[in-house]
Design a protein around this ligand. Structure first.
Ligand code: AQP
Length: 331
């Protein structure tokens, strides 16, 4: 039986954090053999915020190397750069005509980013969810593994897909967001009621996959917790809960097991252990990324064949869409 399709992506903006890793990339690695996977580097989404062109190019290649270093196998899944497959932009245009301005204005990420980038509330920022809908629907993906923050965007993708299918006949698979029970929302180390975000200006709020050992340990030592000195998870303890979640993912245990391991210990020892565990787990990923970046020809080859595979799948959907909406293709 054919494998079910899966699509996901991350933006080459800033430094990929352990939030992106836990909420998204590490799950892609686990699921890659079970599904027919397309994983993109979302550079077209990235430019909805001002980017330095040279940096964007550099970060795109770095993210490709990081995907592979984290365990994605380019022989198994299609790894490619979003802008290399023009069908993403083409389908987004059609889907724009089925999307209402009011819906886009209500999107949480749009509201957050408009506040953060008040000097650059561009159409692309508002249209971000429609481009994301195009990304997903092009591949007829059944599942989209994302962190909690992207759930709303997958839901609007479902609405747009249903709207298209109702108006023009069955065309798109309606996708389901795949959100893991644990780790779908890793919180800021400085404000544990806020999502960890790679564009957070406070560098102590996030840990990058590429931070060195000392930096990682220092950031965890500074993590904001609470004053009752009891290591347990709970809604009343967002800081400690976040650290327990991070520890359990990198240690490969459950949160309950982590709670038992640290029962009776102080916060200082606990934070140090979290920092050391994360640093130990990231060291081989960092070494592998550096090794891959030294072989640009290999990375270019991976991205070219990934784009070719993506293009083939995308073209099929786009032709169908163009036919359904009535675009003249020569008769
Ligand atoms: N804190 C998080 N916890 C769990 N998952 C997360 N993701 C992001 N932050 C967390 C998931 O990572 C994937 C890729 O995210 P993205 O690159 O598309 O950007 P984003 O969701 O906007 O993440 P950031 O880090 O907050 O980026 P910036 O600061 O550039 O906006 C997605 O699946 C996301 O859910």
């Amino acid at each position: 039986m054919d494998k079910k399709r899966m699509y996901s992506a991350a933006q080459p903006t800033g430094k990929i954090t352990i939030g992106n890793y836990i909420g998204a990339i590490s799950n892609w690695v686990k699921l890659q053999h079970e599904y027919d996977c397309f994983f993109a580097i979302a550079d077209m989404h990235a430019i909805t915020i001002k980017q330095d062109p040279q940096e964007l190019r550099r970060r795109t290649l770095e993210l490709a190397a990081l995907y592979i270093a984290c365990g994605l196998d380019p022989e198994v899944c299609a790894l490619y750069v979003q802008s290399n497959v023009s069908a993403h932009a083409e389908l987004a245009w059609v889907l724009n005509t089925l999307t209402y301005v009011g819906e886009m204005e209500r999107m949480t990420q749009f509201k957050d980013k408009s506040r953060k980038h008040a000097d650059n509330i561009n159409m692309g920022l508002m249209d971000y969810p429609v481009l994301m809908a195009a990304d997903i629907l092009l591949y007829q993906a059944e599942y989209v593994p994302v962190g909690f923050d992207q759930k709303q965007h997958v839901e609007i993708t479902r609405d747009i897909a249903n709207r298209f299918n109702n108006r023009y006949g069955e065309t798109f698979t309606v996708p389901t967001p795949l959100i893991m029970k644990s780790g779908a929302k890793i919180m800021s180390l400085q404000e544990p009621d806020k999502k960890m975000s790679k564009s957070d200006e406070n560098i102590n709020a996030w840990v990058s996959l590429l931070d060195d050992r000392d930096t990682i340990i220092r950031k965890f030592k500074r993590a904001v917790t609470d004053s009752d000195n009891c290591i347990r998870a709970g809604e009343d303890k967002p800081g400690i809960t976040n650290l327990l979640t991070i520890y359990s993912v990198f240690r490969g245990c459950t949160v309950e097991e982590a709670e038992k391991e640290f029962a009776g210990k102080g916060y200082g020892d606990f934070k140090l252990a979290v920092g050391e565990t994360v640093a130990d787990a990231l060291a081989p990923i960092q070494a592998e990324q550096a090794r891959l970046l030294a072989d640009k020809a290999y990375l270019n080859g991976v991205l070219a064949s990934g784009a070719e595979r993506a293009f083939k799948a995308a073209r099929k959907t786009l032709s169908k869409v163009y036919r359904k909406v009535g675009f003249y293709r020569g008769e």
